[in-house]
Ligand binder design. Sequence first.
Ligand code: ADP
Length: 489
Amino acid sequence: MEIIHVSAECYPVAKAGGLGDVVGAMPKYQNKLGHIAKVVMPMYKTKFLSDNSWDVVHKGRTNIGDYWFDYTIIKEQTNKLGFDLYLVDINGLLDREKVYGYDDDIQRFTGFQVAVVDWMSVWEHHPDIIHVHDHHTGFIPFMIKHCYKYQHLQNIPTVLTIHNAQYQGAMGWEMSYLLPPWDSWKYGMLDWNNNINPLASAIKCAWKVTTVSKSYLEEMKQSANGLEALFEYEKGKCVGILNGIDFHVWDPATDTYIEDHFTVPDVKEGKQKSKRLLCERFNLDEEKPLIVFIGRLVGEKGADILPGAISDSFYYVGRKMSFLILGSGFPEVEDQLNGLQRLSQNDYSVYIGYNEALSHLMYAGADFLLMPSRVEPCGLNQMYAMRYGTIPMVRRTGGLRDTVVDYGEKDGYGIVYNWAAVGDITQGVWRAVDLFEDQEKVGAIRKQMMQLDFSWEHSVQQYLDLYESLLPLPPLEETGEKDGKLHDG
Ligand code: ADP
C-alpha cells in the first residue's frame, strides 16, 4: 500500500509535542513492513531544512480566497528518516521558525492543505490512503469530496487520527472563502456549532477516524471540548489505536542524548550516573528519590496544580524527595514554579523552556515521572519513562489508564491515582517515597517496565488492517471468482 501522511509536525524536522513523535515514527515502521509510507508537511525554517539536501519535485500555483500564491514541493534526497519526506514551501506563509502561534495560523494551515491537495491532484497515480493528523490537516477529507476542482480524488480513502481533540481550529463562517469552490449543499460537513470546525469536518468526512488510545475514544463521548455528540454519532467509524514509541530514538542503550547508557541488567548503575549529572546541574540531593515532570505547562497536563502539590508534599510527606520540572506554557504557572525555587533545600528545581536533550537525561536519571493530566489522549512520556526504568505516577485517564498498572495490583508497576488534584498527587508522592525505600522492589519494577513492549510494531499492524478494510476488493479475475472456480469448488 502507498500511504501519504499529512501533518503539521514530524520529528526530527519539527516537533511541538507528541504529534511530531508519532508522525516521525509510524511511517518508518509501515515501510519496514513492506509498504510505502510518505510524509508531507509544511516547510518551516528549521535546522533540519538547512542541514539537509533537497530536490524540487513540483511547482504549482493556487489560492486561498483572492490570495494567489506559488508553492514548491521539495523532497529530502537521502531518505534518511526511513521514509520519503516532502515539504511544502509557501513563501511568507509557512517559512517561519515556529510551528504554531502566529495570528494567521488559519491562513497558514489552510494554504498548506490546499497546496497539498492541489499537488496530489496532478499526480499520475493515486496513493492508496491519505492519512491526516489533527485539525491542521482536517480540511483535506472535505476538500477531496466536496471541492469541485479536486473531486476526482474522492475515491481515495481518508483516515483521520486525532492526537488531541482539545484543539479543533474552529473559525467563523466568514473564513469560508479560504477554501477552493465547494458544493454549498455540503456546508453541514464543515459546520459545528455555527462555526467552521476543521476537526469536526474531518470526523464527518474521513472514511475512518482513529484516536490514540481506546480509553480516550470512550472518554470523548463524555468530554471532547464540545464534540461529544459527534463522537457518539460517528462511533461506528471510530477506533482507538494506542501509539507506540520509537525504540530506535528512545533506547537507554544507544540514546545519543545521554552519556551513560544502560540496559536491563545494569539499570541501577546506569540510572544513578544520569541522576548524578542531573543533581549536580540542578543542585539536588542525589540520595533522595527524584520525581520529574516533563511537558507543556497547561491545564490539560495538570500543570497548574503542580506548585500546590509540590508545596503540600514537602509539608505533609516531608522533605524526603526532590522535584525537577521541565516545561513551558502558561506564564502564571511558569512564575509560580520559578517562585518555588526560593524555598528549595536542594530538593527542587525547574527549567522553563523546551529542551530535547534535557528531557532524555531526565527520563534516564529520574526515579519517578509525574503526569497528573486532566486529559491525556495517549501520552508518550510515561512510555518513554518506563523504557528508561523510571516509574510513572499517573492520573487514571486516557492513554495513561491503558498503559500503566498500579504496583498494588497484580503484575503492576506504576503509581496510579484518580484525580488531577493536589491531594491525590501528594498521596502519590507519599507512596513513591515509601516504595523507594524498598530498593529491591524498585529494581524489580524497573526491570519489568523496561521489558514491556510499547513498540510501534503492534500499533502499525492495527493501522494497516484498518487501511486494508478501506481498499477496494481485488478484481474478480485475481480471485478466480469470475470463472466461478471458487464456487464450483
Ligand atoms: P503532548 O500533549 O504535549 O503532545 P505527549 O505526551 O503526547 O504530549 O508528547 C510529549 C512529547 O513532548 C514528549 O516527547 C516529551 O518528552 C516532549 N516534551 C514536552 N515538553 C517538553 C519540553 N519542555 N522539553 C523537551 N521535551 C518536551
